[in-house]
Write a protein that binds this ligand. Structure first.
Ligand SMILES: [Zn+2]
Length: 90
């Protein structure tokens, strides 16, 4: 009645199909390389407090406090520019 499903138990022909085609293997390796580069530690200088620290590529600030400070500063600048351009209505 229903479609016949191939039986897939331990180590027969199904296992061969489970191996990824070359393209996908390559894709996986580039992903792994990207991951490795992300994990790599760089010497950086925090733009907020100027302290030198080591962190992964994504990391910008040495501590969470600096990240928050930068975020608040950015928000304040954005609000100021919005207020300036729109012309305060109140
Ligand atoms: Zn800092």
């Amino acid at each position: 009645m229903g479609p016949i499903r191939p039986r897939c138990r331990s180590g027969n022909s199904c296992a061969r199909e489970a191996v990824l085609p070359n393209e996908m293997v390559e894709e996986l390796s580039t992903a792994a390389r990207q991951l490795a580069s992300l994990r790599r530690v760089y010497k950086k200088v925090c733009p907020i407090c100027g302290i030198e620290f080591e962190g992964i590529a994504k990391r910008v600030y040495d501590r969470h406090a600096c990240q928050v400070k930068a975020y608040r500063r950015r928000m304040r600048e954005r609000q100021a520019s919005v207020r300036g351009s729109s012309g305060a209505t109140r």
